[in-house]
Design a protein around this ligand. Structure first.
Ligand code: TXA
Ligand code: MG
Length: 323
């Protein structure tokens, strides 16, 4: 895989024009992108990621004027969400137009629309006359890629180019939101929180699957799968139980904010923004150490903490030791 700088976007453009994949930075996590209007190119994403064929992709646009080319804005609430949170780490599920190929949305009649605010992502989109379909740049079930060093080994030989944008600023994927029966509903929590949405619309629901396993028919298929998981066994543990739990193992790795004597301790920071920024990178780092288990310190699932806990509960496959 060749690493491109932000000044080599024309090479990325040619690759995308040819119907091939390019990995690019956004403010949330890196994306594995293809021409969203090219059915065959989109299929390559599913193949490279080993992604389930019923888990739809997000379509990335250069600006708000583009939205109605690809989707239908059906009400004032959707318009208000667009006005308030785009561009940014926010994906809105809208009724799709026919121009979006069926494999992008896995035959759903809706499409996830996002306008990244990251400068490199924006400059790349600006050069193209089509949008980019992109999931997070990680092989399915693994933690999302937030820097080129974590991503290159997973896609080397499968993808020709990655654009280097340094560490992802936010580090967690976008908030996925859908207006259901007139109420904004968070299907996947992210940097834009429930409180942020309540501030502009007055009301916001959170899918009941955010903190538990999704079964049956769900609004967001991505909630159903094993996710964000290192190869080493992971357990989510409340702060008060961490020390006691770590004593059950000979080589426990701990990721948290209060140092504990153990095989290897990794500090994820002291505030939610730092934890969001660091968590996927640290999970991969922990996985490279020869530990027996990764114990992750749980946090309160409020505000941005809800997005972090939504990812961690899946990383730990619902193994959570509470106080
Ligand atoms: O920040 C992000 O959102 C990153 C960057 C690259 O933009 N992308 C990302 O994509 O996280 P991905 O594919 O890893 O996650 C997309 C999520 C999945 O949970 C998927 O099920 C949901 O969005 N989704 C996409 N289209 C949908 C639709 N039409 N209806 C419901 N959920 C949808
Ligand atoms: Mg993903």
């Amino acid at each position: 895989m060749k690493v491109l700088s932000k000044d080599e976007l024309s090479i990325a453009k040619s690759e995308l024009d040819r119907g091939n994949l390019v990995i690019f930075p956004t403010e949330t996590v890196y994306g594995l992108g293809a021409n969203a209007l090219d059915f065959k190119a989109v299929d390559k994403i599913f193949e490279a990621k080993n992604r389930a064929s019923n888990n739809p992709l997000i379509v990335h646009l250069k600006n708000k004027d583009e939205i109605t080319k690809y989707a239908i804005i059906n009400n004032d609430i959707e318009q208000k969400l667009i006005d308030s949170f785009m561009p940014g780490p926010f994906t809105l599920i809208l009724e799709k137009k026919d121009i979006i190929p069926s494999n992008v949305t896995c035959n759903l009649d809706t499409v996830g629309i996002r306008i990244p605010i990251d400068e490199i992502a924006h400059n790349l989109l600006d050069q193209l006359d089509y949008p980019i379909a992109a999931p997070s740049a990680n092989v399915s079930t693994r933690p999302s890629g937030t820097n080129i060093y974590d991503i290159i080994p997973e896609f080397d030989g499968k993808v020709a180019y990655i654009i280097d944008g340094g560490d992802s600023r936010i580090g967690l994927e976008s908030t996925v939101c859908k207006v259901i029966d007139g109420i904004p509903t968070i299907l996947r929590p992210g940097f834009i929180t429930k409180e942020d949405i309540v501030d502009v619309v007055g009301v916001c629901n959170v899918s009941s699957f955010v903190m538990k396993e999704a079964v049956g028919k769900v609004e967001s298929p991505g909630m159903m799968y094993k996710h964000y998981a290192p190869k080493t066994k992971c357990v989510l543990v409340d702060k008060e139980k961490l020390k006691e739990e770590s004593k059950k193992y000979t080589k426990p790795i701990i990721i948290g904010s209060n140092e504990i004597d153990c095989f290897k301790y990794l500090n994820y920071g002291n505030d939610l923004v730092s934890i969001a920024h660091n968590i996927f990178k640290l999970l991969r780092e922990a996985d490279r150490l020869d530990g027996e288990v990764i114990l992750v310190e749980a946090i309160e699932p409020n505000g941005l903490g809800l997005a972090i806990m939504n990812r961690l509960i899946r990383t730990c496959e619902y193994n959570y030791i509470k106080r």
